[in-house]
Design a protein around this ligand. Structure first.
Ligand code: XMP
Length: 516
């Protein structure tokens, strides 16, 4: 276990992922965790993340200097690097010269940390203060134009650090630098593989559920599917999966989900709840209200399914506890314990965001995993690739992609347009490159057009293709013009209510991925 101490950097989660890419298990902890508690977890190494502030700022987050003397290898990045320098008697000065963005760094003595890395390479910097003198016992490895000490190591005490952010893509050889620390300096063994994860989780589930029964709400997405597949491997047909079709799924989706899931799962309960959801949504166009209604209706439907599944069993068959499987991921866990400063941007309705009084004990086998790891586990379990590589789709479905009231007619229009867009994206071979591409219907907006010889007065749709690593941030995807042209021509020809196709070129932030 490697602990990544979060000093409030946007990048702390990314660091934890990069460590795992180096096949070493890692978890995030807040910097407010007492050092004794960190050490009690017996970490093989500790990484100090970057942070937003100067080590000299009022209220700057810190960590006990004990972290450097406890005999555990420590790696500091950016702010963490400066904390290490300061904590061990080096010098950190506000040189006045800031470095931000891609910066050339010169390796003067590679040591172990930067061995086999080119003497000149570019890394991602973001800092005001600089380390001007390394603490006693450290070898200085690299510098930049304004930072005399940009990397150092003390092999004896197994301490090292860099001024830059090796975890971000823009830092050349960042992963190699991190791996040199983990494997060569800290001596961490490379045991984090998805095969081990599957075995370990299946054992845990067996232990937790014993000979009890479990139910799982499948959304059609990869998380709930992988969670359910793990549970099925552990308890077999004592798992029942429930899939609620709320009428806001994409074209062909429920059939696809049924096909895929029947291949994999023994017991699948498909609930057709279109009328119930659309009736509840009638007349509503405010996004948060839509989300709340959909969440509420989902719970009602699921409760009814629960009664069907468990209600007919004898008390002996049912056991003392009913278990509910959820595909909660590590970022959800981190964020919900994220504490101060994290604000609710949208009330995410994760299928399974169920109330406490349902009287279930939760089974959450993905709680420690990142999305890409979940996909790898899915492949390991042999799930169909349509399931494993399905692009994220929000629980409330197309309901939050219709700007305005949600009606059956509008859903049908959007379903057609979305189907064409997805088909062309797949044809162009861009499914994995593009994180997801919401198609949004501006249902309350009309614009004039001309088609054939006549005037049209139809609705615009918006294409929102994005690239992303984790949906926390995203960039608009630069789709080839030919693909956009194909999508636009086909939609305006084939969906008579749509006479205009527009492209959303906003990154996240400031835009979110979905429009509502
Ligand atoms: P936003 O719009 O917040 O979306 O940038 C980030 C990611 O989350 C998905 N999303 C949801 N997923 N229930 C879900 O299960 C929801 O209510 C929900 N809202 C947004 C969105 O598709 C994107 O992948």
């Amino acid at each position: 276990l490697v602990l990544v101490v979060d000093f409030g950097a946007q990048y702390a989660q990314l660091i934890a992922r990069r460590v795992r890419e180096a096949r070493v298990y890692s978890e995030l902890v807040p910097h407010t965790m007492p050092i004794e508690e960190m050490l009690a977890r017996n970490p093989k190494a500790i990484i100090l993340s970057g942070g937003p502030s100067s080590v000299y700022a009022d209220g700057a987050p810190g960590i006990s200097d004990e972290v450097f003397t406890a005999g555990v290898p420590v790696f500091g990045m950016c702010y963490g690097f400066q904390l290490m320098a300061k904590g061990l008697g080096g010098e950190v000065s506000p040189t006045g010269a800031r470095e931000y963005g891609r910066t050339p760094v010169r390796v003067s003595a590679p040591g172990t940390l930067l061995s086999d890395i080119p003497a000149e390479h570019r890394v991602w910097m973001s800092h005001g203060d600089s380390v001007t003198a390394a603490p006693a016992g450290f070898d200085v490895l690299a510098s930049t134009d304004v930072t005399p000490v940009a990397a150092f190591e003390d092999l004896e005490r197994k301490l090292a650090g860099v001024q830059w952010h090796p975890e971000v893509m823009h830092s050349e050889h960042g992963q190699a630098t991190l791996e040199h620390f983990l494997h060569d300096i800290a001596g961490c063994r490379q045991t984090w593989t998805m095969v081990n994860v599957v075995d370990e989780q299946v054992e845990r589930i067996k232990e937790q559920v014993g000979d009890g029964r479990a139910i799982c709400a499948l959304s059609g997405g990869v998380d709930s599917a992988v969670a359910a597949a793990l549970v099925q491997r552990a308890i077999g047909d004592r798992l029942t999966c429930v899939y609620v079709d709320h009428g806001m799924m994409r074209k062909g989706e429920t059939a696809q989900v049924r096909r895929d899931f029947e291949e994999v799962f023994d017991a699948l309960d498909v609930v057709d709840a279109e009328d119930q959801f659309l009736t509840a949504l009638a007349g509503v166009s405010e996004p948060e209200q839509k989300r709340k209604i959909i969440g509420h209706e989902f719970i009602r439907t699921f409760e009814a399914a629960e009664v069907r599944v468990f209600g007919s069993l004898s008390p002996e068959e049912r056991g003392d506890t009913a278990y509910l499987v959820q595909g909660t991921l590590y970022p959800d866990v981190v964020e919900s314990g994220g504490g101060a400063g994290t604000s609710t941007i949208k009330s995410h309705h994760n299928v399974g965001g169920l109330p406490d009084d349902l009287n279930f004990e939760l089974v959450e086998p993905l709680r420690t995993l990142f999305k890409d790891e979940v996909r790898a586990v899915g492949e390991q379990l042999g799930l169909p690739s349509t399931m494993v590589w399905r692009q994220p789709f929000p629980g409330p479905g197309l309901g939050i992609r219709i700007i305005g009231e949600v009606t059956k007619e509008r859903l049908d229009i959007l379903r057609e347009a979305d189907f064409i867009a997805r088909e062309e994206l797949t044809r162009a071979g861009l499914d994995r490159e593009v994180w997801q591409m919401p198609v949004v219907l501006l249902a309350d907006v009309r614009s004039v057009g001309v088609q054939g010889d006549g005037r049209t007065y139809g609705h615009p749709i918006v294409l929102r293709p994005v690239t992303s690593e984790d949906a926390m941030t995203a960039d608009w995807a630069r789709l080839p013009f030919e693909v956009l042209e194909k999508i636009s021509t086909r939609i305006t020809n084939e969906v008579s209510e749509v006479n205009r196709v527009t492209l959303d070129v906003t990154s996240k932030p400031p835009g979110t991925i979905e429009w509502e």
